[in-house]
Design a protein around this ligand. Sequence first.
Ligand code: PLP
Length: 416
Amino acid sequence: MNVFESVESEVRSYSRGWPVVFDRGTGSWLYDEDGNAYLDFFAGAGALNYGHNNPVLKHALVDYIMRDGVTHSLDMQTVAKRDFLETFTDVVLGQRNLDYKIMFPGPAGANAVEAALKLARKVTGRESIINFTNAFHGMTLGALSVTGNSMKRGGAGIPLVHATPMPYDNYLDGKVEDFLWFERLLEDSGSGLNEPAAVIVETVQGEGGINVARDEWLRGLADLCKRHDILLIVDDVQMGCGRTGPFFSFESAGITPDIVCLSKSIGGYGLPLALTLFRPDLDIWEPGEHNGTFRGINPAFVASTEALRTYWRDDKLEKSTLAKGEQVERVMTELAQVHPGTPMFAKGRGLARGLSFETGELATKVCRAAFDRGLLMETSGPDGEVAKVMPPLTVTDEELADGLDRLTAAVNQVCA
Ligand code: PLP
């Protein structure tokens, strides 16, 4: 028994699917302690959009550390934080005509979600939140209450309340008019639905099975929220920072959420950083009303600023993500055609892609066969039925083709 098995909690999960000891990472590659190379099409569940130890970000970080730049600062004013705030405002918000206040809610995605829910309740004076089927928003109690997965919800140990799930796009196979049920409940004073403070939504459900909401559906949702005076929260923790192409995943729908949650790749280098963005008029927090020790991890500000300057001053990364995503989709669609005896279909947007099988067992076998070929990918969906592909956005054309060859070989083996 190794130290991970003897000492680390049974709660560990990724290490079970990939039972090697990783030591180094560079770009799209991870290396284990024996020097074996793995193409990483998992990318820290979306935290490594710019790859492992991206050299541009690394130099900025090393310089900052070597000059004794402040590492930890709660929410004090630092040079690194000022650079980040100015760059984010200029490169991300300004170019998109978005006017948001920026809150640092704590380092994880769940912190960004908790702050968003709290603020929506404080602003509206209402308790209830609308979430969607198969949503995933994190593991803290507030975030879990708006998460769908029953196994994860079960871990709470207390009732998860004040949230009502509605069908996500296509949940009813397109047979029912969008928002028919939701709108009916809102308009019927006898429905039993408490007036909601907010709706929280992912544009693509990363953990829930790479379920994509159509732009048209998102516009319908934004419109419904406006008409009923409900705040719209987009949780862009996994799909933001370019995962679906544009910096924010909601850009293609042309909507402007009231509140946005960001984390994962906003730290640039895999360093913890999260933001909750909101309309300036919603900024009714009292000083210190929501705080936390790790809201100012300056190396994350440094890496984030460098990533924004390097990758988001033009639309090159966005375009290449969209093109590469189409390539993944083509290969997945071909696989489905080649194996009519094993029903599967491709889903996703940008470089968040999935191959959906009829059972979780099949998707797990594909991920295992991929691992045997040196390709890291995980399953997603309520039964783990989707083999999920999320390479770093900086993956080269050769690496992408190589990974897709490995995926093809894995699927061919499982479906033989
Ligand atoms: N929201 C979404 C959409 C996520 O995908 C995740 C994590 O996968 C979270 C929130 C929670 O983020 P964290 O694990 O950093 O708390």
